[in-house]
Write a protein that binds this ligand. Structure first.
Ligand code: ARG
Length: 272
């Protein structure tokens, strides 16, 4: 069953690719902020059409990656854990988001001491916080998240630089409830051997994605428990999800992919 969600997004008005902090970014390739805005608007309107609430934070000139709101906060039960970026080019984004939470009435806000790229590397399953490390978020930030949010954290190691954030390789389809366990989709090859075994133990029924689905950012999906927003190229994953009873909803995020992002990267979920 779908549940309504609340998302925070940032229009890519100042979108550009003028530095390289992941293997997808190539400043010699042309990018269009207008096309990015059009694709982003379609994503935002898709969420609204599905019944979700979308809040917006003002984009800032000079912060071309600010569209990737997922990197700026992890919110569980109304507790906000802010972010601390690894790349100096993105550092200033964290404070804009902290201020947004303050201005919107959040009082339980903690800014992390360790490098922490928020929902880029953290995925809430309803019971556990899955936490990625290897390229961005410091493993010490996992312990910090457990202490601040008061939820159990499971660390997972990423090994392929193309899948530098957890949310490029794994996403939650259905959160765990009293009615049943969480369901996830992931691309095993993005993880270390030990982390693959952990995932297989915790999620024996997971939807496994192909290399092609991972390459088009298919694992950067956003699910409300039934509707799954996916890049339109993620065709095999969509078929596997449909076979499990989910409704794939395709969006074109080709322009944002030039910065190494997809639907989930643009979407910070506010859980209360
Ligand atoms: N260019 C951005 C970076 O490398 C993309 C961030 C994508 N966000 C995400 N949640 N994976 O930091």
């Amino acid at each position: 069953m779908p549940t309504t969600r609340r998302y925070l997004m940032c229009e890519p008005r100042f979108f550009a690719v003028d530095y390289v902090i992941n293997p997808w970014m190539d400043p010699t390739k042309p990018v269009s902020a207008d096309v990015a805005v059009a694709q982003w608007t379609e994503l935002r309107d898709t969420y609204r059409r599905l019944g979700h609430t979308v809040e917006e934070i003002d984009p800032q000139p000079g912060l071309p990656d600010m569209v990737f709101a997922a990197n700026s906060g992890t919110v569980v039960d109304g507790r906000v854990l802010g972010s601390r970026f690894r790349a100096p080019q993105r550092t200033a984004e964290a404070e804009h988001f902290r201020r947004w939470f303050v201005e919107h009435g959040y009082r339980d806000i903690t800014m992390p001491a360790k490098v922490n790229e928020a929902e880029g590397d953290f995925a809430w399953t309803g019971r556990l916080l899955l936490a990625g490390t290897g390229f961005r978020t410091d493993p010490a930030a996992h312990a910090e998240a457990q202490e601040v949010l008061g939820v159990p954290v499971v660390s997972l190691s990423l090994v392929d630089p193309r899948y530098y954030h957890l949310d490029t390789a794994l996403f939650v389809l259905t959160e765990a409830t009293d009615a049943g366990p969480a369901q996830i989709a992931y691309y095993p090859e993005a993880f270390s051997a030990g982390s693959r075994r952990v995932l297989a133990r915790l999620f024996p029924d997971a939807v496994i994605a192909t290399a092609a689905d991972a390459e088009c950012f298919g694992l950067n999906g956003v699910s409300d428990g039934r509707n799954v927003v996916l890049p339109l190229e993620a065709t095999e994953l969509a078929a596997r999800l449909a076979a499990r009873g989910y409704d794939p909803v395709h969006v074109d995020i080709s322009e944002l992919r030039k910065a190494g992002g997809g639907p989930k990267c643009c979407t910070l979920e506010i859980r209360k």
